[in-house]
Ligand binder design. Structure first.
Ligand code: GLN
Length: 484
């Protein structure tokens, strides 16, 4: 049951092979059995899940069901969920029960999907390994001594271990794609503005974007159909009709021009990852895709630029956690300033504090022009690089992450090395482009991800390439044996 695709699960529900209540219970049982090892969930919502499943069964019985009605899913714990704790992986919000649903959550509910719980994540989505969570690290189901990647590590590990068929994540610099690569699942970051950020707790507002984490491209298209679309409550939401993302999955990719980023195949790329990638290029060539080298001349600046812009924005976004209206408040404050200081000192972890301090520095009056403004100018150059590349090719391909999953603890005391985990993914956030990671093989028995980048609003095209690749290969079907 747990290896079925969404289309199969949906047809099973319609044929009455099982009810949504049975399906929900089945996955809840798997979470109960396995998650003590993985730590992929922060909150499991057993009771509300079964109530939602019952309601879904009613809809299925009366024929008012949508395609994903009755299907279980999990949300990353930074999507606000009405009446359910929304912690963002932080002590600061450990006691926060959201008073409303994020748009993504509301849309999934309206489609009749069943939420099994909220998944673990790096604190405020800051990290590449899921080790900064207040709730402890998540393990990679392929090797429990290694990290699942981050920050959507809980969602990704839960899908990889088949504890839930699909999950949501968010991606500010790579947090959907990098963990998807490290755990061998499919993860898509949509075009900035395609999925509403309303009710998605902000890290860096000009970069954050929610998206699907799934077993394959078809499932990603189905979930994206549900969660995308204009939302007047998000001022950066794209105000136009979005396509049916499943429509192009079966298009022939003969003659499709795929660009290989010259700068991403050099120094820093692990030899095993490179080998997997070369094999997948050959596999795609068999489908008729044509490869050509392209250059993104400013790509080496993506990581430093990101760590100026994202940190500036986070220092501003996280100023709202002051102990006044919600979240953690220190005991017995002497006065207002004492409350602010101790609340924030106690509520935030080390990485979040580091980022708030750096972000405050780059935005400060004396340094704004030298850092933040300069970074915004280079951000434009990075977008221009992509614009030029998309004049030559339809889709861009490269590695998602420079290495496979690393050992827990290996990079925690070396933030710069940790930050380089997203070296290939970050530029897409800076430019706002859609991109996805799909399983492409293994290096030393650990999954390797293939990164596909599309032009603005061309999610359907990268989904098409991913789906065609998944027709030819079965990397996406390989699952960690300890969770079979
Ligand atoms: N790893 C990157 C960071 O730490 C990206 C995080 C994300 O995409 N949320 O900022």
């Amino acid at each position: 049951m747990h290896t079925k695709t969404l289309a199969e699960l949906s047809s099973g529900l319609r044929q009455r092979e099982y009810s949504s209540v049975e399906l929900t219970q089945y996955f809840l049982d798997r979470i109960a059995k396995y998650d003590n090892k993985l730590n992929s969930f922060i909150t499991v919502t057993n009771d509300t899940a079964l109530a939602e499943a019952k309601a879904a069964d009613k809809r299925l019985a009366t024929g008012e069901a949508d395609i994903l009605t009755g299907i279980p899913l999990a949300h990353k714990d930074l999507f606000c969920t009405h009446g359910v704790r929304t912690s963002c992986g932080s002590k600061m919000l450990d006691n926060f029960i959201a008073p409303y649903d994020a748009t993504v959550v509301a849309k999934c509910k309206a489609a009749g999907m069943v939420m099994l719980g909220k998944t673990n994540m790096d604190e405020f989505a800051m990290g590449s390994s899921n080790e900064t969570s207040f709730y402890g690290p998540v393990k990679n189901p392929w090797d429990m001594n290694t990290v699942p990647g981050g920050s959507s590590g809980g969602s990704v590990a839960a899908v990889a271990a088949n504890l839930v068929p699909i999950a949501t994540g968010t991606d500010t610099g790579g947090s959907i794609r990098q963990p998807s690569a490290l755990c061998g699942v499919t993860g898509l970051k949509p075009t900035y503005g395609a999925v509403s950020r309303y009710g998605m707790i902000a890290f860096a507002s000009s970069l954050d974007q929610g998206g699907p984490i799934t077993h394959n491209a078809e499932d990603a298209a189905l979930l994206l159909n549900v969660i995308s679309g204009y939302d007047k409550r998000d001022s950066t939401s794209i105000q136009q009709e979005l396509p049916d993302y499943t429509a192009d999955l079966n298009n022939n990719i003969k003659g499709l021009k795929i660009g290989l980023i010259k700068e991403h195949f050099g120094e820093g790329l692990d030899a095993g990852v490179n080998e997997v990638l070369n094999n997948s290029i050959k596999e795609l060539e068999q489908s008729g895709a044509v490869f050509q080298e392209i250059s993104l001349p400013h790509s080496h600046l993506s990581v430093p630029i990101y760590y100026i812009i994202a940190l500036g924005e986070c220092s501003s976004n996280l100023s709202r956690y002051d102990g006044v209206r919600f979240g953690h408040r220190c005991d017995d404050p002497q006065d207002l300033l004492d409350m602010y200081k101790r609340t924030r000192a106690e509520g935030f972890g080390a990485e979040v504090k580091r980022r708030i301090m750096l972000g405050t520095y780059v935005l400060s009056a004396g340094y704004y022009d030298a850092y933040y403004l300069k970074a915004q100018q280079i951000r434009r150059l990075i977008s221009e690089d992509f614009k030029a590349a998309f004049k030559q090719v339809d889709v861009i391909l490269g590695p998602t992450a420079p290495t496979t999953a690393f050992e827990i603890g290996a990079k925690m005391n070396d933030p710069i090395t940790m930050y380089l985990s997203d070296i290939y993914t970050i530029a897409c956030n800076l430019a706002g482009l859609p991109a996805m990671s799909i399983p492409a093989g293994f290096s030393d028995n650990m999954p390797v991800g293939l990164h596909l980048v599309g032009n603005y609003l061309k999610e359907a095209q990268i989904l098409n390439v991913a789906h065609q690749y998944q027709q030819l290969t079965d990397w996406h079907k390989q699952k960690p044996v300890d969770f079979s």
